[in-house]
Design a protein around this ligand. Structure first.
Ligand code: HEC
Ligand code: HEC
Length: 464
């Protein structure tokens, strides 16, 4: 009798423990992402399933500026890396926090595909779908790798800083972070630093640029670093319907928008089991339709009207949706721009993607090309600096013969220049066109127009 009573008591305890633990365990194993009612908010802040696979424990992340930034920069925290930040949010645009065992901060498409433009009057606006030209992702990664890899990163120091910041961890959580989460994070970041070590043998990315495929080649395809260089400008992400079935990525490495969405999700850290396919599908449906941003300042309509005819004669065959080469890959020998990015996407890379068996889908669309895509020019005013490597600061500079384009300019400031159309380049990091991968050569169409014709063409390009 006594034995069965104790069994009942024991079973009751077990049931009670399960009732408490099961939802917690379920939440750890199958985190429910935050739902956003609007598609734009979802694009900016919704998870695409990176956090459980690659997310950085949020309670530790927020201590790193205090641990490792020089005193003078601590108040600004992460803002020095050029993330876009909106009032009322604890994390930047494109960095969602989701719980997988603990709250983790991850990445989504908006970290790179939402930019900011500041008018000559100093008023700035977020432009959703525009490249984030101020984001210095490489500087952020270097900070993360060096801080977490340094002697300053100890459980004692992290927990002390977390307590100092307030609203942080309770006593039980601190034990858990000390014994498991902090050591785990140190190992994970060290692995990532090793995988990204190739970047220290190449020119700096600078703001608004990132390697196109090199990290995915190493981290997803498991290829060794092959010495190629593919640092590119971030492209815009709007009206994507018109790109589908044509050349996607700067070299046209794929033609299926859906495959590019899937590979971008994986390339940015989601895994086969964590990738949030409905979330990506929602972003894809939105990006197919969202219109390019309208030029926000006055346009001289009469000049633009004359420019329209110049565009039709010199540019439309490649850049107009109806043009016979629009969205097609233009061979390198014809476009003449820097060849590094084309060469970096090797036949083995294309094959590697097509051979990947690990997902609920198979890639079929990756291919090796020999040039760059003649991209649609919609919203082109908001896509400076220009060309695949971002080597030309303004439209006026693009219409200048390559040998006379600026050899050095500053990238990263959002201040806009409505005359030459591009960023004013009054502050930021120096871009040096003599560095490997940075050549501002080629694309000399329109460079022989007269000065007034160029101004008319630029006025028309503002309307696209
Ligand atoms: C770290 C910055 C970064 C993040 C995050 C990012 N992208 Fe991109 N995206 C790029 C860059 C750089 C390219 C150009 C790569 C190339 O062609 O070499 C690109 C290219 C693209 C293209 C091709 C555009 C065109 O016109 O050919 C699409 C589509 C795209 N990204 C979608 C996404 C989606 C969807 C996500 C989120 C799952 C995402 N990106 C996340 C930087 C980023
Ligand atoms: C024969 C085809 C062809 C013609 C004609 C042509 N382009 Fe291009 N254009 C391209 C290609 C290819 C690229 C991509 C080159 C690269 O990124 O290396 C490009 C890129 C551009 C870009 C940069 C896009 C970006 O997102 O950075 C602009 C702006 C542009 N062209 C404007 C023009 C204008 C204006 C004319 C007419 C005066 C013109 N193009 C004529 C093929 C052409």
């Amino acid at each position: 009798m006594r034995r069965s009573q104790s069994f009942v008591r024991w079973a009751a305890w077990l049931c009670a423990a399960l009732v408490v633990a099961a939802p917690l365990a379920y939440q750890w194993l199958f985190p429910v992402p935050t739902h956003y009612a609007s598609d734009v908010e979802h694009f900016k802040y919704g998870s695409i399933g990176v956090e459980a696979a690659q997310g950085v424990p949020y309670e530790v992340w927020r201590t790193l500026p205090g641990l490792c930034l020089p005193l003078s920069e601590r108040a600004g925290g992460y803002s020095k890396f050029g993330f876009q930040w909106e009032l009322g949010h604890d994390t930047p645009v494109g960095m969602p926090v989701e719980t997988a065992l603990v709250p983790r901060i991850g990445v989504n498409c908006a970290m790179c595909h939402v930019g900011r433009i500041e008018g000559p009057d100093g008023v700035s606006q977020l432009v959703v779908g525009a490249p984030n030209t101020s984001l210095n992702l490489q500087a952020y990664l270097r900070f993360l790798f060096s801080c977490v890899g340094s002697d300053r990163f100890t459980a004692d120091a992290v927990l002390a800083e977390n307590a100092r910041l307030g609203d942080g961890l309770n006593a039980v959580q601190r034990l858990f972070y000390r014994s498991l989460i902090i050591p785990q994070m140190k190992t994970a970041i060290a692995t990532q630093a090793r995988e990204m070590a190739f970047m220290d043998s190449q020119p700096d990315w600078g703001p608004g640029r990132a390697p196109g495929f090199q990290p995915a080649k190493i981290q997803v395809l498991g290829m060794p670093f092959d010495g190629t260089l593919d640092i590119v400008d971030i492209p815009s992400l709007w009206a994507m319907e018109s790109h589908d079935g044509k050349g996607l990525h700067w070299d046209g490495a794929n033609t299926s928008l859906h495959e590019v969405f899937l590979s971008s999700g994986i390339g940015n850290g989601a895994s086969a089991s964590t990738i949030d396919l409905p979330s990506l599908a929602r972003n894809e449906a939105w990006a197919r339709k969202v219109p390019p941003p309208a030029y926000p300042w006055p346009i001289d309509k009469a000049q633009a009207q004359v420019g329209k005819a110049i565009y039709a004669a010199y540019c439309a065959s490649c850049h107009d949706t109806g043009g016979n080469r629009a969205g097609q890959v233009i061979p390198l020998r014809m476009v003449g721009t820097d060849r590094n990015r084309v060469d970096a996407f090797t036949p083995e890379t294309a094959q590697g993607f097509d051979d990947l068996p690990d997902y609920s889908w198979r890639y079929t669309g990756f291919r090796k090309t020999g040039g760059y895509v003649a991209v649609p020019l919609d919203g082109i005013w908001a896509r400076a600096p220009y060309l695949h490597n971002g080597s030309v600061p303004t439209l006026a500079a693009l219409l200048t013969p390559p040998s006379s384009r600026p050899a050095h300019f500053l990238r990263g400031s959002p201040r806009y220049d409505p005359v030459d159309v591009g960023f004013a380049g009054n502050t930021g990091a120096e871009f040096d066109t003599s560095q490997p991968g940075n050549a501002a050569t080629g694309h000399d169409w329109g460079t022989d127009l007269s000065e007034p014709e160029k101004r008319q063409l630029i006025e028309y390009l503002k309307t696209l």
